[in-house]
Design a protein around this ligand. Structure first.
Ligand SMILES: Nc1ncnc2c1ncn2[C@@H]1O[C@H](COP(=O)(O)OP(=O)(O)OP(=O)(O)O)[C@@H](O)[C@H]1O
Ligand SMILES: [Mg+2]
Length: 293
């Protein structure tokens, strides 16, 4: 039987700009649910599986992707926006082969770029020497404009949920805003730091009961990542757990997640192309400004 992964890979072997890119925004209702850990390890697992993967650090916080991966970038997205560096010059590569776009103030500015900057950034991403297959975005904590824009523009919104007080309320609030204000209808939900098998499923069902009742959204449970001390040790060594401790429980769960993500359908046609991701991302920065123009 043909593997679904192979089908996806075949679908992506198309020419240049016509190639669809799977854009996954990793988000969560609140801080510390493990968004960065998930983004870093999902990207690493996909890269190890041979997918051309780019990880965009969409968070300006302290636990940056470059810190988690032990990278010391010289330039950031801001240099691309200012036209001082090409995207290729800004991208840094982790020891496990993940290409990373470091964040810095460029990410916050993406919410309100000028037309010229918009065109520049779209051109920069679509003209990469190696056409991308997967773009993973690590988003910041909380419901801010940049987070909403990344999520509304991505093909897939991966919500990282953790069993802790107020987790359901915060996650529900995020899903509500994204569905009612940004038209996002489908969410992939991942439980992180679970302490026993099945805990994630229970948490998911509690969330789904509320969303089914009040929102018009489809939630898809994608599994759980156990709480794992090996992951914390990897963080201290500034490497992805999947690279440093590949047989740890967390690493195995991340590889499963990557296999699942590999099977998510690609948006074919124009809406699956990377330039349309950026157009969706950049098209509606500040509606009031557009009215004034
Ligand atoms: N599965 C796990 N097992 C053990 N520790 C974990 C796991 N996932 C995340 N952590 C730890 O939990 C903490 C928060 O993780 P992380 O920084 O990835 O969360 P975040 O959602 O990106 O946070 P922020 O909202 O601040 O960006 C980190 O110390 C991380 O090492
Ligand atoms: Mg983070």
């Amino acid at each position: 039987m043909a593997s679904p992964e192979l089908n996806v890979i075949h679908n992506t072997r198309l020419d240049g700009l016509a190639q669809p890119v799977q854009v996954i925004a990793v988000t969560g209702g609140k801080g510390g649910t493990g968004k960065s850990a998930v983004a870093v390890n999902l990207a690493t697992a996909l890269a190890q599986a041979g997918r051309r993967t780019l990880l965009l650090d969409g968070d300006l916080g302290l636990a940056n992707v470059d810190v988690l991966l032990g990278l010391t970038p010289r330039y950031t997205l801001e240099h691309v926006l200012r036209g001082e560096r090409t995207l290729e010059e800004v991208i840094v590569q982790s020891s496990a082969g993940v290409r990373v776009v470091p964040a810095a103030s460029g990410v916050a500015r993406m919410a309100a770029l000028s037309r010229t900057e918009q065109a520049g950034i779209i051109q920069a991403f679509t003209a990469l020497a190696e056409p991308l297959e997967m773009l993973i975005i690590d988003t910041a904590a909380g419901i801010c404009e940049t987070v909403l824009q990344f999520c509304q523009s991505a093909q897939q919104v991966l919500v990282v949920l953790r069993d802790e007080p107020a987790a359901l309320t915060d996650t529900y609030a995020l899903i509500k805003v994204l569905s009612r204000e940004r038209g996002v209808r489908q969410f992939r939900v991942l439980a992180n730091m679970t302490r026993e098998r099945g805990q994630g499923d229970m948490l998911f069902r509690r969330l789904q009961r509320v969303t089914d009742r009040y929102l018009e959204v489809a939630l898809d449970y994608v599994g759980e990542i156990p709480e794992d001390a090996w992951l914390q040790r990897a963080v201290q060594s500034q490497r992805a757990v999947i690279e440093l401790f590949p047989s740890s429980p967390a690493a195995q769960a991340f590889r499963n997640l990557a296999r699942v993500a590999n099977r998510w359908p690609l948006a074919l046609g124009p809406s699956g192309r990377l330039e349309f991701f950026f157009e969706r991302m950049l098209a509606r920065p500040a509606p009031r400004l557009q009215v004034l123009k």
